[in-house]
Design a protein around this ligand. Structure first.
Ligand code: TXA
Ligand code: MG
Length: 334
């Protein structure tokens, strides 16, 4: 066997015993892939700069792109970030759940500077998935965890989507089946001035606005008008190997089709393969299937994936956001 051949990362059932082993590995500075309600995360000790550096290395992610710190509850979140009344109201309403809040870093926060890419703000989330929660409890640490895909590629929503991570610091993949939501968390900037939406995701803007009793702007600018590092800056992201053609009303010869709803487009016989996000037109079901279907269509080595228009309402907003990035001209993204 070639000397550089990489050992395959073990995929283990998320039994109590394996969660205990995973917790011990995290405390020793190793990385663990674990399920959340949104997507699978590549977790490491957020307070250990060496462990965090190996997350960036495993993903091939540029170190200027900060990570989300995952914690078990609002109390531990308040050790690392400063929550004003609005941020606290949102945390209480939506945690545990698919919401990430960007707040000022607390003075003396134990989280490594590398985790927050040297910024004065920190992204924090309290996940709802029982395996993620058990792991946080076992590890007794805040976990820095980006999505467990190689930088720029499609996020994993099943254990078998996790491939190509680099290096040898990943101890295991905890298999918890399919992620219920299937899209990443909503990211809200709450560090200065009125909260702003940086990434649409598992919780809709309307729900956030109901709690805040005010409209929320979409922006990737911080309080000084500079771009904040957010997925919004990266036009190309979630990219499959195949090209992606949006708003397809007809299928061209040789194209794969990502369908939605009961009505099928013209030229359906041209399609090399068809996956339907939700034949009943349910956007929640479509969100849960999106990355899995893109992974499957991509394995088929199709040159182009044609995508039927998806309604721009509810989770459809986050689905269209991911699809636009998947279709964008490719750049060196994160
Ligand atoms: O659902 C999720 O959020 C998943 C699961 C594993 O929790 N995680 C996830 O992480 O999507 P990641 O790294 O793929 O996306 C987090 C995004 C990054 O693109 C980063 O730019 C942004 O959050 N971010 C992190 N810290 C930030 C900060 N201080 N200011 C602005 N954006 C930040
Ligand atoms: Mg990601």
């Amino acid at each position: 066997m070639a000397a550089e051949a990489r050992t395959k990362i073990p995929v283990l059932k998320a039994s109590d015993e394996n969660i205990r082993r995973a917790g011990a590995a995290l405390r020793a500075g190793r990385l663990v892939v674990f399920p959340t309600e949104t997507v699978y995360g590549l977790g490491g000790d957020a307070t250990n700069a060496v462990a965090v550096a190996s997350i960036f290395a495993a993903k091939g992610r540029p170190i200027f792109n900060p990570l989300i710190s995952h914690v078990p509850d609002v109390q531990s979140a308040a050790e690392f970030g400063v929550f004003d009344d609005q941020a606290m109201a949102l945390a209480e309403a939506f945690w545990p759940g698919p919401l990430t809040l960007i707040v000022p870093r607390a003075k003396n926060a134990a989280v490594a500077q590398l985790t927050t890419a040297g910024l004065e703000t920190i992204a924090i989330r309290v996940p709802a998935h029982p395996i993620a929660r058990a792991l946080l409890k076992e590890a007794g640490l805040p976990l820095a965890a980006p999505s467990a895909n190689v930088s720029g590629r499609i996020s994993p929503t099943r254990a078998d989507h996790v491939t190509d991570l680099k290096g040898d610091n990943v101890e295991m993949i905890l298999d918890g089946g399919a992620c219920e939501i299937g899209l990443e968390s909503t990211i809200l900037y709450c560090a200065a001035g009125n909260p702003r939406l940086l990434r649409p995701g598992g919780i809709s803007r309307d729900k956030l606005e109901t709690i805040l009793k005010q409209k929320i702007a979409i922006s990737d600018k911080n309080e000084t008008g500079k771009n904040v590092l957010s997925p919004g800056q990266l036009a190309s992201h979630y990219a499959p190997n195949s090209a992606v053609r949006l708003n397809a009303t007809a299928v061209q010869p040789g194209e794969a089709l990502l369908a939605f709803g009961a009505a099928l487009p013209d030229g359906i016989d041209n399609a090399t393969i068809v996956y339907n996000l939700s034949s009943s037109g349910n956007l929640n079901e479509a969100a849960a299937n999106l990355f899995d279907h893109l992974h499957k269509l991509d394995r088929g080595k199709n040159s182009t994936i044609a995508v039927i228009p998806i309604p721009e309402t509810g989770l459809g907003i986050a689905i269209n956001d991911r699809l636009r990035r998947a279709a964008a001209p490719r750049e060196n993204s994160a």
